[in-house]
Each structure stands twice: as structure tokens, then as C-alpha cells.
Ligand binder design. Structure first.
Ligand code: HEM
Length: 153
């Protein structure tokens, strides 16, 4: 799985006055995922366990994915979407809408699709425990809000 490769810190942003800052809020998303991976290694098993616990019907959808490759690729795409948002402070709405529509072909409801992001957030939050920060909470709420807005677009 390529997850370790995509967990680079977001690019610093250059403001008009030439002050270079790192968007501290959204950098907190990348930090939370880095800590998740540092703690669990590959978080794929825990994330999918959470998915099946919350949406038991989804387990059957992956029955042909005997080596976990499709689920790995799906998680990778979701993490890339999250880190892209963290770096740019906006979602790639066109791509996310396309994936959301594509998933209706698997009978995955738009709200369920959005909740995959919530499941990843909850996995990171529970894993980090006391080191989960107010910045992480705030930044993830912004992301989840943007993902839910994308469903309405
Ligand atoms: C709870 C929400 C979701 C469910 C239940 C779900 C379910 C599925 C299913 C059933 C497949 C096809 C499995 C197969 O071909 O055997 C799939 C593939 C895929 N999903 Fe999801 N999905 C969810 C959320 C997401 C999200 C949020 C993204 C990305 C933003 C995503 C990205 C992908 C990708 C990239 C594939 C294709 C993987 C490949 O064939 O290599 N999924 N998903």
C-alpha cells in the first residue's frame, strides 16, 4: 500500500506579503494521519472493521476482493483526497462527485460514501487518544463539512 508515500506534509503557502506559512489548521489533518500510521502501521484492517460494524451490508460488497487490493486502492484514493484537501484548503469536487456517482452503481448511498471520511477521522481520533488536538478536531470538521456539501452539489 502506498499510504506512507502520500503522507507528506502539505506545501507551505506563500502569502502576498511573502510570509510563508503552513496552514496550521489543515496541517493538523496530515499530522493526525501521520500519527495514525506511526501507531498502527497500515490502518486498513481497523478502518474496514469500523466500516463493517457501522454498515454491515457493505461487507458483502467486497466478497470478490480476496486479497484486499480493491479496499487498499479505495483507502488510498480516500487518503489522497483528504491530503489534497489539507494541502489546498479545498476539495477536488469534480473527482469526488465522480467517485460518489460511480459508487451508486455499487448501491452505496451518497451519505454512506461521505461517512467513509468520518470513519477514517474516528479511527485516527480514537487511536491518537489524548494527543488528538483541538486543531485536528476543527480541521476534520471542515473537511467533513466540505465532503457533505459535495453531495449536495
Ligand atoms: C462507506 C463508503 C464506501 C463504500 C461502502 C464503498 C464501496 C466500494 C465498493 C463495493 C467498491 C468495488 C469493489 C469491487 O470492485 O470489488 C469500491 C471501489 C472503490 N472505491 Fe469505494 N466505497 C466507499 C467510499 C469510497 C470513497 C469515499 C472513495 C474515494 C474518495 C472510494 C474510492 C473507491 C475506489 C478508488 C475504488 C476502486 C478501487 C479499485 O478497483 O482499484 N470509495 N468501493
Amino acid at each position: 500500500m502506498l499510504i506512507f508515500g502520500v503522507l507528506a506534509a502539505p506545501e507551505p503557502r506563500v502569502l502576498p506579503n511573502k510570509v510563508v506559512i503552513l496552514d496550521a489548521m489543515n496541517a493538523a489533518i496530515a499530522t493526525s494521519l501521520e500519527r495514525l500510521v506511526e501507531t498502527l502501521g497500515n490502518p486498513q484492517p481497523q478502518i474496514y472493521q469500523r466500516l463493517y460494524a457501522q454498515y454491515p451490508d457493505t461487507k458483502a460488497l467486497f466478497v470478490l476482493d480476496t486479497d484486499g487490493g480493491v479496499r487498499g486502492s479505495m483507502l488510498q484514493t480516500t487518503l489522497e483526497t483528504i491530503l489534497d484537501y489539507a494541502a489546498k484548503d479545498r476539495l477536488d469536487d469534480v473527482s469526488l462527485s465522480a467517485w460518489r456517482s460511480h459508487h451508486q452503481g455499487y448501491d452505496v448511498e451518497p451519505d454512506t460514501f461521505s461517512n467513509f471520511f468520518v470513519i477514517i477521522r474516528d479511527c485516527a481520533k480514537d487511536t491518537l487518544g489524548e494527543s488528538w488536538s483541538a486543531e485536528m478536531e476543527h480541521a476534520w470538521q471542515g473537511l467533513i463539512h466540505a465532503v457533505r456539501d459535495n453531495a449536495k452539489a
